[in-house]
Write a protein that binds this ligand. Structure first.
Ligand SMILES: Nc1ncnc2c1ncn2[C@@H]1O[C@H](COP(=O)(O)OP(=O)(O)O)[C@@H](O)[C@H]1O
Ligand SMILES: [Mg+2]
Length: 257
């Protein structure tokens, strides 16, 4: 059963240009869904809209988490309900260290789940969890005291996105091209982190241009995404077919890809 449900989702840019043109999708716990599509097809726009980015307008359709309609909720309120987005292009936040960012994010979620009453995580518990996850995900400990993503390499940014996911324990994680910019070793570590977390407490939506990450994370469902729409859904074999044949067979006549 789907936990995250998209119903006929349409998303436009601030200037009104429609990018996502009617997406229906359900992602349940213990499920991995892959969305594969060419560059510019609207994959990041879809992920921003799921997360509630204010620059992307939902013009039609609805987003649900379980029974709750979250279409009108702010990004932080969606995070409190268990949604998480690992960004394709993580932003630097000079002045905020990785450690303090993670602690604030965890405490915000704990507060929301505790009916709005502060319930901060004990520092020793937080440190133990943070150091354990950093070691597991092979994130250099030195990064913990640095400003978030400030001067981080592409690979470090992506690992820190997965570190956030591991620390925040979302119910649905959306990973937007987490594979881009990773060498094979980093890809293995990142994919391993996702595989460990997907289960009865988490489902994942893995968005990617290349089939490569799907050698390490086996999706239950693969959705081909072209020009703002899911044009085909299948099992893991569909990813192999895309690798062999490219997106051309899926691109409708008259659409530029
Ligand atoms: N903030 C934005 N401002 C202007 N154009 C945007 C913005 N976000 C996305 N677009 C445009 O929307 C289209 C889809 O982009 P995107 O969602 O990033 O695709 P993908 O992630 O599949 O490569 C592209 O034409 C892109 O230039
Ligand atoms: Mg993108």
């Amino acid at each position: 059963m789907g936990l995250l449900k998209l119903e006929n989702l349409h998303v436009a840019l601030e200037d009104g240009t429609e990018i996502v043109k009617g997406v229906d999708l359900e992602v349940g716990l213990d499920e991995v869904h892959a969305i594969m599509g060419p560059n510019g097809s609207g994959k990041s726009t879809l992920s921003y809209a799921i997360m509630g980015h204010p620059g992307y307008r939902i013009t039609e359709g609805r987003i649900f988490m379980g029974d709750e309609d979250v279409t009108e909720l702010e990004a932080n309120e969606r995070a409190e309900r268990g949604l998480f987005l690992a960004f394709q292009y993580p932003q630097a936040i000079p002045g905020v260290t990785v450690t303090s960012f993670l602690r604030s994010a965890i405490n915000a979620i704990r507060k929301a789940r505790n009916n709005g009453v502060d319930d901060p995580i004990a520092i020793p518990e937080f440190r133990k969890e943070l150091l354990g996850q950093m070691d597991r995900l092979k994130v250099s400990r030195e990064l913990a005291s640095r400003y978030l993503n400030d001067g981080f390499s592409g690979g470090e940014k992506k690992r820190v996105e997965i570190l956030q996911m591991a620390m925040l324990r979302p119910r649905i994680a959306v990973l937007d091209e987490t594979d881009s910019g990773l060498d094979i070793d980093a890809l293995r570590v990142v994919a391993g982190g996702v595989n460990e977390l997907v289960g009865p407490e988490m489902g994942a939506l893995v968005i990617t241009h290349y089939q490569r990450i799907l050698d390490y994370i086996t999706p239950n469902y693969v959705h081909v995404f072209v020009d703002g729409r899911i044009v085909e859904t299948g099992g893991p074999d569909l990813a192999k077919k895309l690798e062999a044949e490219g997106y051309d067979p899926f691109i409708p006549a008259g659409v530029e890809a």
